[in-house]
Design a protein around this ligand. Structure first.
Ligand SMILES: Nc1ncnc2c1ncn2[C@@H]1O[C@H](COP(=O)(O)OP(=O)(O)OP(=O)(O)O)[C@@H](O)[C@H]1O
Ligand SMILES: [Mg+2]
Length: 206
């Protein structure tokens, strides 16, 4: 079993969007995939309830009431969707339980300011931070000024950007039916699946 934590203290950064789509990717590859929802709002589990049983299967559970995070050993991949505001001893516990950490980050001054302490805390706790922690630049085109601003901000933390995810209604539309950009209609999601290539390669790298 390998596990990925998706976390950012800022609300609405794109954690659930990343966690659900990453789960969809693993499931589409025939992997036994479990989504662990740590958020009391349980957005990931609500999403899963809409999922068509004909699509590659993803199992899920609420893990937010555990004192210490314990993940199901029998899965190939566990994707952990963290709540906004995650910090302190819970963050430390979750960091220990997973192989990789993905941090979705929208390149706005508000989002970057709200994430700064979190990135510093992670850097202080994770050894070999570059191999274990990756940023996903959310809702941004890599050729824009906003992307440049994000890259400049991240030079202070030595944490790599592992993918750029564009702003598109595709994510909103698939979410409404418990699907992901790795589910049909794939022709409509071609550009998005391409953008995920670097992300999944980085996550799968041992
Ligand atoms: N790349 C994208 N393009 C368009 N919309 C997006 C994209 N990523 C996320 N969104 C939308 O932004 C909103 C917030 O995303 P999401 O729920 O994934 O964030 P979150 O970090 O899980 O939020 P919370 O902190 O409340 O759990 C959602 O409505 C989602 O559909
Ligand atoms: Mg969420």
């Amino acid at each position: 079993m390998r596990a990925v934590l998706v976390a950012n203290p800022k609300g609405g950064a794109g954690k659930t969007t990343l966690a659900t789509n990453l789960s969809g990717y693993f499931a589409s590859q025939g992997k036994k995939t479990t989504l662990c929802d740590l958020d009391r709002q349980q957005s990931s589990l609500r999403w899963m309830a809409f999922r068509d049983p004909a699509l590659p299967s993803i199992t899920g559970y609420y893990g937010g009431n555990q004192i210490s995070l314990s993940l199901p050993r029998e899965a190939d991949w566990v994707v952990v969707d963290a709540p906004a505001g995650l910090q302190g001893y819970k963050l430390s516990d979750y960091l220990k339980a997973v192989d990789k950490v993905l941090i979705p980050l929208v390149p706005s001054v508000f989002d970057m300011a709200a994430t700064e302490d979190f990135l510093n805390a992670i850097r202080g706790e994770v050894r070999g931070v570059r191999a274990k922690v990756g940023i996903v630049a959310m809702r941004v085109d890599p050729r824009t000024k906003a992307a440049g601003m994000l890259e400049e901000f991240l030079t202070h933390f030595d944490i790599p950007i592992v993918a750029y995810v564009r702003n598109t209604q595709n994510y909103v539309n698939v979410a409404a039916s418990g699907a992901t950009v790795f589910d049909p209609p794939r022709a409509r999601h071609r550009r998005d699946m391409e953008q995920w290539q670097s992300l999944v390669q980085w996550v799968e790298k041992k």
